[in-house]
Design a protein around this ligand. Sequence first.
Ligand code: BTN
Length: 252
Amino acid sequence: MDISERLPAGFRLEARDVVDSTNSEAARLAREGAADGTVVWARRQTAGRGRQGRQWQSPEGNLYCSLILRPNVPPARAAQLSFVAALALGETLRAALADGPAPRYKWPNDVLLEGRKVAGILLESSGSPAGGIDWIIVGCGLNLAHFPENIEGGYPATSLAAMGGKDISLQEMLARFLGAFAVWRARWQDEGLTVLREAWLSNAARLGEEISVRLPGEELRGRFDGLDESGALLLGLADGSHRTIAAGDVYF
Ligand code: BTN
């Protein structure tokens, strides 16, 4: 399959065999002026990065891609692109799993299968002098064939293959993911976060249950009560009050 013919309108592919990190490669291209919709896809990464400075193991066989986007919105709104990516990853997985487990979303931007992480999203951006966004990179890692057995400080992982998913080529998975991303991105641009938040919440892991949230210097325990209109996590505390959390790491 020639994947270039399957890209949604406005997307352009930069394919590589090996890179340090598709996010780093995308940042280099963005600094050189690469257009909105440029997608860096690599078969393997030698220095794949996760959130919180973690490593993202990147052997050949999984999907590693980073989208360069130039939305004309403030940084806080641009961060909502993680919901666009999560929903697109979830849809791509759902279609590949048929009767398998349903993908569930874990705030802020993980996708789980049976409680194990199958995909992660890393957003990195550069601001414009006017206080907006010059570019934002949406980096997505999807474990198709392999997953790490032990991740220090991380979360139990799995892969599509380990969950009995269909054997679909990398190119096909990339094309499907980008197609779904384009649809959700258009909805986000035209309608805002509300419709995405509803779709995300209807497949959220542990909604209404006890979770832990790790913040810099503190750990909170409470009930996962949903998301506010900006996408921040709402945590119900034992004293009946709520905390609204814009950034943190969730543990079950
Ligand atoms: C996380 O869950 O911690 C985020 C993982 C993001 C991994 C992807 S793989 C493609 C892109 N390139 C990187 O170096 N990281 C992201």
